[in-house]
Every structure is written in C-alpha cells, then in structure tokens.
Design a protein around this ligand. Structure first.
Ligand SMILES: *[C@@H]1O[C@H](CO)[C@@H](O)[C@H](O)[C@H]1NC(C)=O
Ligand SMILES: *[C@@H]1O[C@H](CO)[C@@H](O)[C@H](O)[C@H]1NC(C)=O
Length: 389
C-alpha cells in the first residue's frame, strides 16, 4: 500500500496530458526497442521464437488497438514479509476498495491478485457479483533486505505484466489497496489511451529525480522530473516484458544507486518511475485524489473540495471519475480531510462487520504514526546498515 495523503499546498490543479502523437510514437518505439532486446536474449539464450515473429505479433496487436476492450482494474493482496497472512489493515483497505468499486457498476472486471489466502470476508466480496471481482493467485516478489510489513512485497505488481498476450488483458488499471472509488472510473482507459505503456498521476510529495529517458538505455540520456505515484498505474501487460522487468527489479541496485532508501525497503515507487522513463502519460488527478494540495481543491472558505469531493465524502460530480487515495480508518489531518475520512468510515467501515473487526487491530489505530515510506527513518536506518555492512 502506498503511504498516505499529501499535505502540500499550491500544487497545480490540473496536470496536462502529454498526449501528442510524437509521445505515442516514441512510446511505441521504446517498447519495440525493449522487445527487440528481449528477443535478442531469447535467440542468444536458445529460447528461439525469432525477432520478426514477435515484432510482427506486436504490430498485429497494435494495428487494431484494444479492439477487444479487454480492460481490467486490479489490486494486490500480499502477505506480510516475514508472516503468513495479509495484515488486518491491508485486508480492510482492500475490502473497502472492492466494496466501493462494486458500487460503481464498472463494465470491466476487477482482478484481485493475491499471494495471501482469501479469508471468508474477502471471499464474500468475490462472490457478491459473479465475474466482477476475479481472484488470481500469484507469486509474491520480495527481495532480501526488503522491509517487513506490507511495503516489502510491492514488486509483486510486476506480475501484472504476465496477464497480457493472446486472450489476456490489453490494459490494466492498477490501484494500491488504499484507494476508495467514489464514482465510476472506467474512463481511465480512454484517458490513458490504448497501447500506452504507462499512465499515472504526479505525486506532489516526492522531490524531482533524474531518470533515463528510456529505461535500460543509458545512451538515451537523462531527464529530471517529478515522480508518478505508483499507487495508481495503468499499464499494458506484455508477457515477453514480464520476465525482463523482473530481472531489472532484482538488479535495481545497479541503476538506482541514488535510491538506497528505496533499494533497502523494497518499495516500488522509484523503480516504476525508472521503468517509465519519459514514455508515459499523466491522467487526471481525480483518478488518485489526495496526493494533491488541499488549497487547490478546497473552496476559499474551506467548506468543500470544489473540483472532486463534497466534505461528506461523495463525488462532486458522479460523472467525473473520483478515486481517493487514503486509509479511511485514519483520522486525516486538515479539517476537510477529517470530514471526508469520517464520512467514509460511516459508509464503508461502521456498517460492515468484517471491516469493523479488522480495523479493531491495534495496527489500524487511527492515532498510530504512519509507517515511514522509503524516505523515512526506517529507510535511513537500513541505508546505514547497508553502508556499514
Ligand atoms: C545520467 O545520470 C547518471 C547518474 O545518475 C550518470 O552516471 C550518467 O553519465 C548520465 N548520463 C548522461 C547521458 O548524461
Ligand atoms: C453530500 O453533500 C452534498 C452537498 O451538500 C449533497 O448535495 C449530497 O446530497 C450529500 N450526499 C450525502 C450522501 O449525504
């Protein structure tokens, strides 16, 4: 699960989408380059297959992009690093996410990728509307040294790339467990655009960072930009990319030398931003709300979020995709944020015995300090340990 909401003020209200043809062309070119590298490896390593066939297969797919409209939402439910099951707060978050998403009557399925067993409460959500929530058992990806808890297994997201190919999904909108859908967000697939390798929303908390323009290609040069919040990502699954991305993750310390915190905790945010290079598109912040400045959203008198939300936690315009990124059992900080959290607790926690029981766990104590993310104290401690040893 990503960390909580941002407090920064003065963020631009709307991020312009870099939706030019040349961006799309560059994105396709970048993917073909990555694909060719993968193919070369297949051939040299005796995997066979042939470059021409793979490139042709991609060309055939992209000539009728997303004609099947095989789109899906997705989230992860991993077990805690060093434990057997998923933590109570993580299960509560995913249950709220699924419950809120079911209410939006999406026309696409929601893939629940899980490495932890599903308990009875989670099963009931899966069974609520047959075919809506699709459980997929997947393999947990951790690294030695990854932090314990929920964040250390976030690289399991890389398994999303295995869900493409013939009969697979053409585009997947992934959300970390700590999101709540306040309206139908099916438009995210149009907003992102078919064939786009990545789409996301800026994370205002993160400092600018230097990235290669094209992942894995040092000759493409560097560029400096903000980070996309890895809690919401639209990706194009590609079976042939899945294993090479996994290898990259395993060797991330080699090209993320400036990111020792992240390398130590195993948190995925910077890694995904490296992968994205400059080949991505931003979608409206309504798809990942709260990592935004409050003042940009609130009316001058502070009474409501003008663009997306009412203080009672409902979407300002039900026709506008509105997904908030928060943990409803926490109190929130700013006044409006507290009002929204309270309203969401009343809607999604109090009436639900399963979720109510889960958030009674001391780890979900609303006053408990938020676990530090990769830029926090724990990361620093691990960095010192790594340097020392
Ligand atoms: C890109 O940045 C890395 C360090 O982050 C540096 O080693 C490399 O020389 C830079 N590449 C170019 C083309 O400037
Ligand atoms: C939330 O607040 C808005 C604005 O005051 C109101 O129109 C709407 O009916 C409220 N919804 C709920 C469920 O209370």
């Amino acid at each position: 699960m990503g960390s909580g909401a941002a407090e920064e003020e003065g963020e631009p209200l709307i991020q312009s989408a870099s939706s030019t043809d040349s961006t799309a062309r560059r994105s396709r070119a970048a993917l073909v380059r990555i694909l060719i590298r993968v193919c070369v490896c297949c051939c040299c390593c005796g995997g066979g297959g042939g470059i021409a066939a793979l490139v042709a297969a991609r060309a055939a797919r992209t000539s009728q992009p997303c004609s099947r409209r095989a789109f899906a939402f997705a989230t992860l439910l991993t077990h805690r690093v060093g434990a057997k099951g998923a933590s109570p707060c993580y299960r509560a978050a995913v249950a709220i996410l699924l419950r809120s998403w079911l209410a939006t009557r999406s026309r696409y399925p929601f893939l629940l990728l899980h490495t932890a067993d599903l308990d009875a409460g989670m099963r009931a959500l899966v069974d609520e509307r047959p075919g809506a929530v699709v459980p997929i058992r997947t393999e947990q990806i951790e690294q030695p040294g990854a932090s314990e808890g929920d964040l250390g297994a976030m690289a399991t997201k890389l398994n999303l790339w295995t869900l493409g190919g013939a009969g697979g999904y053409e585009q997947i909108a992934y959300f970390d467990g700590d999101h709540v859908f306040l309206s139908n967000a099916d438009a995210i697939f149009e907003a992102c655009g078919c064939g786009q390798p990545f789409c996301g929303v800026w994370d205002p908390r993160m400092p600018e960072h230097r990235f290669l323009r094209t992942f894995g290609e040092p000759s493409s040069g560097n560029h400096t930009r903000r980070l996309v919040n890895a809690g919401t990502l639209v990706i194009q699954p590609d079976v042939s990319l899945a294993s090479s991305l996994r290898q990259r993750w395993a060797s991330r310390a080699e090209f993320m030398s400036e990111d020792l915190d992240m390398v130590a905790t195993g948190s995925d945010q910077t890694f995904f931003n490296h992968m994205m290079g400059e080949h991505f598109r931003t979608v409206d912040q309504g798809f990942n709300l709260m990592h935004v400045g409050r003042s940009a959203l609130a009316a001058p008198d502070g009474s409501r979020f003008v663009r997306f939300l009412h203080a009672n936690g409902t979407a300002f315009d039900p026709a506008t995709p509105t997904v908030v990124h928060l943990k409803a059992w926490t109190r929130g900080r700013a006044r409006l944020e507290q009002a929204v959290h309270g309203a969401l607790r009343a809607r999604f926690i109090q009436p639900d015995p399963y979720v109510s029981e889960l958030v009674r766990d001391p780890q979900c104590d609303p006053d408990r300090a938020r676990p530090r993310n990769s830029h926090g104290a724990r990361g620093n401690a691990q960095r010192r340990r790594l340097r020392a040893g």
